[in-house]
Design a protein around this ligand. Structure first.
Ligand SMILES: [Zn+2]
Length: 239
């Protein structure tokens, strides 16, 4: 069951109002061994590789030491969320900080794909559709993953040896990726609610079109919690 406060926040329509940022200057830190991780760039399944993984390839060639990084407060909150989940549920971090060049390549590719698949769509329609799933680096000053405040996660169930069923697979964009959508069966809905509630309890904001995406300190978080400012601007590996 979702708490009343979370239900109210989820029901509010997202604004597109500009959110400024007061960069806190917090470091990016590695996920380390406190949580499980399985970075998208190591996942060669077609779904993940095509949507996200392959865009890291050229970046990693030039930055061999690249690893899963998030802002310090994000890591602390992830560890706190882990403690709130059922004992046999383990957070598996799939993505955190995303370099701007990776973000841009992902967005460009998705718009190109939409253009090719929908010849009757205008460029504005393609961009509008793409923006539901991938932040537009040409319009947004600090895209969520580029700030190091956004994360993509899934849950491993060690009791049953499976990834917890949330309806759609991670990176499977469309209706199935929308949180608490109408197509979920009872168990899938309960699984999503358990995850979202634990993440909300420690200050993360969920993202309406992707059940696996949460953020702290970026502009989606600021809107969800009706803050005037985001806490993070774009991050770089060196800060
Ligand atoms: Zn994400």
């Amino acid at each position: 069951m979702l708490s009343e406060e979370l239900k109210e926040r989820l029901a509010k329509k997202a604004t597109t109002e500009f959110i400024s940022t007061t960069e806190k200057g917090e470091h990016l830190v590695a996920i380390g061994s406190s949580l499980q991780q399985n970075p998208f760039w190591l996942d060669k399944s077609e779904l993940v590789h095509e949507i996200e993984g392959k865009f890291y390839d050229s970046y990693i060639k030039e930055h061999a030491d690249f690893k899963l990084l998030v802002r310090e407060s994000v890591l602390e909150r992830l560890q706190a969320a882990q403690a709130k989940l059922p004992k046999h549920w383990h957070i598996v971090v799939r993505a955190g900080y995303r370099p701007l060049e990776v973000q841009t390549a992902m967005f460009d590719d998705y718009v190109d794909k939409l253009e090719a698949e929908n010849p009757d769509w205008s460029m504005d329609q393609c961009i509008g559709h793409a923006e539901q799933y991938i932040s537009n680096p040409y319009h947004i000053v600090a895209c969520p993953h580029v700030t190091g405040g956004a994360i993509d996660i899934e849950i491993y169930d060690s009791e049953n040896g499976v990834t917890v069923d949330m309806g759609g697979k991670i990176c499977e964009l469309g209706v199935k990726s929308h949180i608490l959508n109408d197509k979920l069966n009872k168990v899938q809905r309960q699984n999503q609610e358990t995850l979202i509630e634990a993440m909300f309890d420690v200050g993360f904001a969920p993202f309406s079109t992707e059940w696996w995406h949460f953020s702290y300190g970026d502009h989606n978080w600021a809107r969800f919690y009706e803050k005037k400012c985001a806490l993070y601007g774009s991050a770089y590996m060196s800060i």
